[in-house]
Design a protein around this ligand. Structure first.
Ligand code: WT7
Length: 631
């Protein structure tokens, strides 16, 4: 098998240092050399055009391509019979699937033709609200192939959250399933779609994949079964020619204010960066079996289950289930069963499994694993050591990968076995990435032993281009805090060895089990309850989830905590349900009426010894009352 990736895989620390230096000296030359090895219909005329003021970033200007020709067609000759997607179902007794590159190509072409036959074309937005079945990946790639813009919505979001996303991007089609098997539960996915579509007007067709055989209502003229829709459709399709900067997808993510925003990624740059980062961070070699346990509803699933691995010609596992079903040994059973080489998961999963003790781990060999990875939130040292010792058997490199929905791919991480890893440190930037730490005024803090806010000072190929339908919001959120820099929203420290450690969000975003929630978003959901007067939400340290959600609520009556939880579940989804709700008579406010979250955060974290100066508050007396009633 031709190893076309070899030229791009960094293989020593020295090579990393040299490559990094080269990539910073001349980023355009660096990225254009990598891009050169891809299939382009027409090469770009200019590698990069940018300013962070507007912002305006264009990579591979005027280049023409289709990303699916690079992740499918390109592999047919050399690895057509190699497995592209290995699917592991929720129930270990159900037979999985192995789909080769040739078969995947045929499925994607067939579904491309199906979508076109149902009225979708280049530029149309398509919502994918599906369980973790291979068809979800097929749907994403079929969109990319015909030039439709996919927006995957995590199937755990509520119908109301789904409706918001459909409306924001004015989607023409929804791809979904009858139901979703999650551990011992079956979720009525189609019912949620039906509910959402009552609040939207743009959707013309819904294609429903049959997974759980749940009894569902099919609306005449709008809903079609997937298996009926693909019948008689050709499995050949000429990919649409796309511009480098045409939209590839929109993915909604939470911020500190307002409703979730649609982060936009485009075809050319996203392709190059997800490929390159996948290859180097995980040190993927031909024939390795790679498993990322994320869901395709998150950016991790986009970049490191589907796009990055398939661009690199990898075998990627899609897992439908949950880590604790049928028992806490499931991950490790799957690792042995499929002889997994690279394993990539989230700290919250590690901590949850750690709590079940070593027995479920010791039943399995785990002897094929060579690299383990972590993503989504800071990994605490205890979880790091447990993961490294018991899953990595003390010898596998552990890559702690820092990145964001907005960055499209991994920005700061060790390259497995190449650059050193250090507990709880994301460590060093990938080639082409220029992270800097700044003080409150935006001055760059150079040298080691510095701490401040994390910014990036030069564009990389998969930086977000805009927030869908609202470019000003993109500018405001990421490019206005510090001049000429992308602001990540995270705090970071460069330690005495020069390694970066991510300290967590410095804004009103909380990270619950690796999922981003905006405090304002949760407050708005709580306020939907008719008996709620006002609420304030903060994060607090949580043993398993990393951060939990703590809600302080002023309400007209007592005893509505559970109702509030249900309201939040209905408005956003189960992941946003507060862990603690405290009914209070008032919220600490400044004289100008602003809620003092700093005080609430301290109370929620049980850190009340030093509350700082509360005398300037409008209502200092409520602080004592809240402390008394806290958890
Ligand atoms: C936020 C981005 C990146 C895919 C999953 C989450 C936090 C992410 C790490 C890490 C410390 C991390 C940051 C970031 N985060 N990875 N390795 N160490 N923190 O994507 O939902 O866009 O969230 O997750 O706070 O800003 P996301």
């Amino acid at each position: 098998m031709n190893d076309f990736t070899e030229a791009h895989r960094i293989s020593s620390l020295l090579e990393y240092t040299q490559t990094y230096d080269r990539s910073i000296k001349d980023p355009e030359k660096f990225w254009s050399e990598i891009a050169d090895s891809f299939t382009w219909r027409k090469k770009w005329s200019k590698t990069l055009e940018w300013n962070f003021k507007d912002p305006n970033v264009k990579w591979f200007v005027d280049g023409k391509l289709n990303i699916t020709e690079n992740l499918l067609d390109r592999h047919l000759e050399d690895r057509g019979d190699q497995v592209a997607i290995l699917w592991e179902p929720n129930d270990p007794n159900e037979k999985g699937q192995s789909i080769t590159y040739k078969e995947l190509h045929a499925k994607v072409c067939q579904f491309s033709n199906t979508m076109i036959a149902n009225g979708v074309g280049k530029g149309d937005r398509v919502i994918i609200y599906m369980p973790m079945v291979p068809e979800a990946a097929v749907a994403m790639m079929a969109c990319a192939r015909i030039g439709a813009v996919h927006s995957v919505v995590f199937a755990g979001f509520s119908s109301s959250a789904l409706a918001d996303r459909i409306n924001d991007c004015e989607a023409k089609m929804v791809l979904t399933a009858d139901g979703n098997f999650r551990g011992a539960k079956t979720i009525d996915v189609k019912g949620l779609v039906d509910e959402a579509l009552e609040k939207t007007t743009s959707v013309e067709k819904v294609i429903v994949y049959q997974r759980t055989k749940t009894d569902v209502k099919m609306k005449e003229g709008r809903d079609i079964w997937w298996h009926d829709a693909i019948m008689n459709m050709s499995d050949q399709h000429d990919a649409e020619e796309m511009d480098s900067e045409d939209l590839l997808f929109i993915l909604y993510t939470s911020g500190s204010t307002g409703k979730p925003k649609g982060v936009v990624h485009t075809c050319g740059g996203y392709m190059i960066f997800t490929y390159y980062s996948f290859l180097n961070v995980f040190q993927y070699k031909p024939r390795d079996i790679y498993w990322c346990t994320a869901d395709v509803g998150w950016i991790t699933g986009h970049s490191y289950i589907v796009y990055g691995p398939l661009l690199a010609g990898a075998t990627t596992i899609m897992f439908e289930g949950v880590p604790t079903y049928p028992d806490a040994g499931r991950f490790w059973e799957v690792c042995d069963k499929h002889k997994v080489n690279q394993f990539y998961t989230a700290p919250t999963a590690i901590r949850a499994l750690q709590a079940h003790g070593l027995e479920p781990v010791q039943k399995h060999k785990l002897d094929t694993i060579t690299v383990i990875g972590s993503v989504g939130e800071p990994i605490n040292e205890e979880a790091w050591h447990w993961y490294h010792e018991h899953i990595g058997k003390g010898k596998c490199p552990l890559v702690d990968t820092w990145w964001q929905t907005e960055t499209g791919g991994i920005m700061i991480s060790a390259l497995a076995g190449i650059t050193p890893n250090k507990p709880a440190h994301a460590s060093l930037p990938l080639p082409g990435i220029q992270p800097i730490i700044v003080d409150a005024d935006g001055n760059e803090l150079e040298g080691n032993n510095v701490e401040g806010n994390l910014c990036i000072k030069h564009p990389w190929p998969s930086i977000l281009r805009t927030t869908y339908g609202d470019h000003e919001r993109c500018r405001q959120t990421y490019f206005s805090t510090y001049k000429n820099m992308y602001f990540t929203g995270d705090g970071a420290k460069r330690d005495h060895d020069g390694y970066l450690r991510i300290l967590g969000r410095v804004d009103d975003v909380i990270n619950v089990s690796g999922h981003r929630m905006g405090t304002a978003e949760v407050e708005n959901a709580i306020d939907e309850h008719p008996k709620v007067v006002e609420s304030a939400v903060v994060g607090f340290p949580h043993d398993i989830k990393g951060q939990g959600i703590y809600a302080f609520v002023i309400a007209e009556t007592d005893g509505i905590e559970e109702e509030i939880r249900q309201t939040v579940k209905k408005m956003i989804g189960p992941i946003a349900k507060p862990d603690h709700i405290q009914l209070v008579s008032g919220l600490p406010k400044t004289r100008s009426g602003k809620i003092m979250r700093r005080i609430l955060r301290k109370i929620a974290s049980k850190d009340t010894d030093n509350m700082g100066d509360t005398s300037t508050l409008l209502n200092p007396e409520v602080v004592e009352e809240i402390i008394k009633g806290a958890h």
